[in-house]
Ligand binder design. Structure first.
Ligand code: OAD
Length: 264
């Protein structure tokens, strides 16, 4: 590394410190809403959807629309069941990371904090987040495909979906997630939109911002006058719209923000 590049990296670090201090100032005693995506759980060992190199090969081998759509489930329920069973095992073994834990700590510094997530892993709940809005459901509970009866105690490791035990219902069980082509739970979506429209700071963490309607929430917040802050190691389509982009992983940047808040 040349001397010039060492200087530049110092400048980059002091720039990041200033940006962290600015964001911490906005967050202190604010009404804050947070939108998280798969990136925040990556440091817990759960693969993201669009980091192909980190996938186990399923995205390479199968069309995602065959794994996460009602049509895919109807055509090949065993394949879809096995894919979710694989992911459920990963989630069951995972623990919240420093990013999830820092968001719980952030509650102490904000006047109000709500977390809206696209993740189905429930790691925010495990970390202790109080107000969680799960836009895409969760991977740990089940309901039947035809009539939505909830199912308890579904074992892991089955090679195909079991049938619903409800009286006279022979429908197959499916995970309680939202698939492509399905509507998000309307009450949760409208609650999330209200949180976005009424917050002063909107944090967007670890999402590629490509999946609607979650991807529109930052714009709802910005239109209502909120500061937009993005945390991601890579730029996304949202990056050029935000007030501050904090480049880095959630597990590093969020604890650094808490450290800044402690100094105010
Ligand atoms: P994606 O997999 O599309 O995007 C993950 C984002 O996290 C990318 O922008 C990465 O750069 C970023 N990232 C990676 N590591 C990170 C880290 N350690 N800290 C912070 N960010 C990191 O995930 P989502 O945007 O959540 O929907 O995907 C949205 C929806 O698409 C998912 O809920 C799922 C998927 O298909 C359904 O299954 C319906």
């Amino acid at each position: 590394m040349s001397e010039d590049s060492a200087d530049n990296s110092d400048i980059a670090h002091s720039g990041q410190d200033k940006a962290l201090a600015r964001v911490a100032g906005w967050l202190k005693d604010s009404r804050c809403a947070v939108l998280t995506g798969a990136g925040i759980s990556k440091e817990s060992g759960i693969p993201t959807f669009r980091d192909r190199d980190k996938m186990t090969g399923l995205w390479e081998k199968y069309d995602p629309s065959e794994l996460a759509t009602p049509g895919g489930f109807t055509r090949n329920p065993a394949l879809v069941w096995q894919w979710y069973d694989y992911r459920r095992k990963l989630v069951a073994a995972a623990r919240p990371n420093a990013g999830h834990l820092a968001l719980v700590e952030l509650e102490k510094y904000c006047r109000r904090l709500s977390v809206i997530t696209q993740n189905v892993d429930r790691l925010h709940l495990q970390a202790g987040t109080e107000k969680l809005l799960e836009l895409h459901g969760n991977i740990l509970t089940f309901r039947c495909f035809n009539r939505g009866h909830q199912a308890e105690d579904v074992p892991m490791g089955l090679s195909e979906p079991p049938a619903c035990h409800h009286d006279n219902c022979r429908s197959l069980l499916r995970p309680n997630v939202v698939w492509f082509g399905e509507s998000l739970p309307p009450d949760i979506l409208s609650h999330a939109a209200r949180e976005a429209a009424s917050c002063e700071v909107f944090l967007v963490i670890g999402t590629s911002g490509l999946v609607q309607p979650a991807a529109s929430l930052p714009f709802t917040a910005a239109r209502a006058g909120a500061k937009l802050v993005e945390i991601n190691p890579d730029e996304t389509p949202l990056t050029e719209q935000v007030d501050v982009f904090l480049k880095g992983t959630a597990g590093k940047i969020l604890p650094a923000l808490i450290a800044q808040l402690k100094t105010i």
